[in-house]
Design a binder for this molecule. Structure first.
Ligand SMILES: NC(=O)c1ccc[n+]([C@@H]2O[C@H](COP(=O)([O-])OP(=O)(O)OC[C@H]3O[C@@H](n4cnc5c(N)ncnc54)[C@H](O)[C@@H]3O)[C@@H](O)[C@H]2O)c1
Length: 404
């Protein structure tokens, strides 16, 4: 199958492109390399030494004999370039990763808020409009986030995108319906993903596009079967306060002897998925397109939920690292429950990688191996959600919590 991978130089996009190519698909990556530019803006680098795109692609060819094409393209700004690419490639599927994906980065300043909205919403609308204008039947697979649901669940399991609701009409009669689960974004980044959902619903209804939206949990891990084939294929690993996701940050903190920084009490419950499973889910989604003119297919792409403090305790037990509770820079509840339905992808064949099984390998093979590349000054989360959150987010919040 011919597949376009938009944002295929990124943390999830690169291993997905390799996996699809390894499975015999004809893959083209389009990326504007903005994530590498943001590394320079933030003065930070991936913990793992990632090769430049030409070296990545020639390594893949020399190791497997397979070719992946690369197109340098900004899909949010260069609509004509995107349309030409779709017309030239005639892909059966397109996987859309090409968005600014850090919540803390999106909250740094008004410039970062405006960039995230401009980039993400234009990117998604351009993809949808270009597929319509091309007249081709392209299945669009998008990486969304569990964060669109918000983290307050009123005692119910979060369904896969749609909520069954009973409404009362004007005559007092009950009407059963299904609605998009009400969004409750916690940052500008999450807000753009909520807006993406509406764009998808509209284009599926109006133009009959085939769309799969994967509401992904926090991805952890670094490598997949394909990225381990050669050091030049190594995947990105972000550990800094803006782009590092919570579990990967704990792994690096443990490896460099930095305390594990837990925001507030650490009672926030979040959904997680290993990178290897994320890539597998995308492959399953690509192979199972919804019918034309059906509603958007939404899957919750996650395998486990954990409280942040429990993750820190697990890693502390394995490594002896100290746990430090710091003030939470985010505007969010200190504790929450989270129960999530994920039968959709499991019924398509996903067999989850569990945290206990893979955590130790990740610590030794990645975090400890590349610990000397870590700049500890980049570890603290310094992006604040509101001016009320101002204060030292690196200092312990007090003896009471520290002892919790
Ligand atoms: N990493 C996670 O834990 C996670 C969790 C849930 C959802 N997601 C979603 O998965 C997708 C990929 O995330 P990631 O972690 O790989 O992020 P990433 O930043 O590593 O990769 C995104 C890629 O898209 C490219 N890009 C951004 N804007 C572009 C544009 N306008 N034109 C062309 N290319 C552009 C970037 O250069 C980068 O290579 C994102 O949409 C993100 O919201 C990620």
């Amino acid at each position: 199958m011919k597949i376009l991978v938009l944002g295929g130089d990124g943390f999830c996009g690169w291993p997905t492109a390799l996996r699809l190519s390894a499975r015999g698909h004809d893959v083209t990556i389009a990326d504007n390399l903005s994530r590498r530019a943001i590394d320079k803006e933030l003065g930070c680098e991936s913990l793992t030494p990632i090769a430049e795109i030409p070296e990545r692609l020639s390594a893949w060819h020399s190791v497997t004999g397979k070719s992946i094409r690369f197109v340098h393209l900004d899909i949010a700004q260069d609509y004509d370039g995107l349309l030409d690419l779709i017309l030239e490639e005639v892909p059966a599927a397109l996987v859309h990763f090409a968005e600014q994906r850090s919540a803390p980065y999106s909250m740094k300043s008004s410039r970062h808020k405006r960039y995230t909205v401009d980039n993400n919403i234009n990117a998604t609308n351009n993809v949808l409009a270009a597929v319509v204008e091309s007249g081709l039947d392209v299945h669009i697979v998008h990486l969304g986030t569990m964060g669109v649901y918000g983290y307050k669940t009123p005692g119910l399991t979060i369904p896969e995108g749609y909520l069954s609701a009973t409404l009362t009409d004007d005559s007092g009669a009950s009407v059963k319906t299904e609605i998009l689960y009400p969004t409750n974004p916690g940052s500008i980044y999450h807000m753009t993903k909520s807006q993406d959902q509406l764009l998808f619903a509209y284009y599926a209804k109006n133009d009959g596009l085939r769309i799969t939206d994967l509401h992904q949990g926090i991805v952890w891990g670094t490598q997949t079967a394909e990225t381990t084939l050669d050091d030049r294929l190594i995947n990105r690993f972000d550990y800094d306060g803006d782009y590092g996701t919570v579990l990967n940050r704990f792994l690096v903190q443990a490896a460099v002897g930095h305390p594990l920084t837990v925001h507030g009490s650490g009672g926030q419950t979040r959904a997680f998925i290993h990178l290897q499973d994320s890539v597998r889910c995308i492959e399953l989604a690509v192979s199972n397109p919804p019918k034309r003119h059906s509603r958007v297919a939404i899957f919750n792409q996650m395998t486990e939920t954990h409280r942040v403090v429990d993750l820190a305790t697990m890693i502390s037990t394995m490594t002896g690292a100290e746990i430090r509770h710091v003030k939470n820079p985010r505007n969010e509840a200190d504790t929450n429950e989270l129960t999530v339905a994920n039968l959709g992808l499991r019924s398509l064949g996903l067999v989850p990688t569990t945290l206990d099984a893979a955590l130790l390998r990740e610590i030794t093979e990645i975090a400890q191996r590349f610990a000397s590349r870590c700049d500890p000054a980049k570890i603290p989360c310094v992006s604040l959600w509101t001016t009320d959150a101002a204060g030292n987010c690196t200092a312990p919040v007090g003896a009471k919590l520290a002892a919790a």
